[in-house]
Design a protein around this ligand. Structure first.
Ligand code: KG4
Ligand code: ZN
Length: 341
């Protein structure tokens, strides 16, 4: 029997990605071309540069994904593409490629929500249905809590009121002179640091509402590193040990808040499963602490494997469910950028 193959395309931010996934959720290829080197000197993603890089890379990346999967265009069953949320110019490149393929190959075109993809990445490693669950998406653009239903409906139950957790990692890395993206470089620097060296604010941790705030934390790290403009005494110079201590204390704070809020959501809604996705979910300390917390609470934890946490196209395999429900897009499909990312 011939298998069915989904080609998935992702270009919402600064990763150009394509993947081939079978109907039984085997990932035959998962190609990610990262633009980190292009954005590094700016300490964040520059939208214009991202769009142009997507334009150069999208067809070679798709070609690679097909070759690595060992299949031809003619064997595809459907084309999926992330259309929201993201940078408008970036999303449009992936969408245009997807539409062109769907039209010329006469295949169903399926629109995927990038955030839902981050949560679905957890399901992809499970043998059994993962949902219903409480879902946490922690990425560069989002820190959101969701109800995830058996029928793949995702209802927002909590979010950040300012910076996303990943954004805080990126900004703090910049303050400390560490490389972009900030998550991995802070994680590395923190291994030599003392997480108790600095006491930073755990905003909303004790608040009964499910909400996050990381901008005060970022400012607290800035003042600890470079001095508070109003203070009489300036801090000592930033040497390697101080950078490591600041990184470790910052990471500890973010992880405390994220784990605390997940516990709060689980208790409030009495769920027996927690799933966590998005770039920050690749963080080792976060994964350890989530494992401890859920073990204590006696609930099932599903954290996406690290390569499915950061942006990728394989997670768009949620499109198989959309296809089963007849959710096929027309060729006039547009992108929905949403917030900044
Ligand atoms: O999901 P993602 O790849 O893109 C968005 O949808 O935003 O997330 C990127 C974010 C960046 O802010 C990056 O610093 C963060 O994920 N990140 C990490 C780690 N790896 C990536 N944060 C903490 N620890 C990590 N190991
Ligand atoms: Zn993402």
């Amino acid at each position: 029997p011939t298998d069915e193959y989904l080609l998935a395309i992702e270009s919402s931010c600064d990763e150009t990605a394509a993947a081939v996934i079978t109907r039984d959720m085997r990932i035959l290829s998962n190609v990610v071309s990262s633009q980190t080197d292009l954005h590094e000197k700016f300490g964040g993603v520059v939208p214009e540069i991202a769009s142009r890089a997507h334009l150069e890379r999208i067809l070679p990346v798709i070609d690679d994904a097909l070759k690595q999967a060992g299949i031809e265009l003619q064997q595809l069953t459907a084309i999926a593409v992330a259309t929201e949320p993201g940078l408008v110019g970036s999303l449009l490149i992936g969408l245009t490629a997807a539409k062109t393929l769907a039209m010329t190959l006469n295949l169903p075109l399926i629109a995927v929500n990038h955030i839902e993809g981050h949560l679905f990445a957890c399901q992809m490693q499970e043998d059994r249905p993962l949902f219903p669950a409480i879902g946490l998406v922690v990425s560069g653009g989002h820190t959101n809590l969701y109800h995830c239903s058996e029928t793949f409906e995702f209802d927002l139950i909590g979010a950040t009121i300012d910076d996303a957790a990943g954004e805080a990692f990126d900004k703090v890395a910049k303050i400390l002179g560490l490389s972009y993206p900030g998550g991995p470089s802070i994680q590395n620097a923190a291994t030599h640091g003392d997480p108790r060296a600095f006491k930073f604010p755990r905003t909303f941790l004790k608040d009964p509402e499910l909400r996050f705030s990381f901008s005060g934390l970022k400012t607290a790290v800035l003042y600890a590193a470079q001095g508070n403009p109003g203070a009489k005494q300036q801090p000592p110079p930033l040497d390697d040990q101080r950078i490591a201590d600041l990184a470790a204390s910052f990471q500890e704070t973010v992880v405390d808040v994220l784990v605390g809020k997940c516990r709060q959501a689980i208790e409030r809604y009495n769920y027996s499963t927690l799933c966590v996705g998005g770039g920050v979910a690749a963080n080792r300390l976060l994964r350890e602490r989530l494992a401890e917390m859920t073990e204590q609470a006696g609930i099932h934890l599903s954290v996406a494997p690290p390569d499915l946490c950061t942006d990728n196209a394989a997670m768009a395999a949620i499109a198989w469910h959309h296809l089963d429900q007849g959710r096929i897009a027309d060729l006039d499909l547009d992108v929905t950028p949403g917030l900044v990312r």
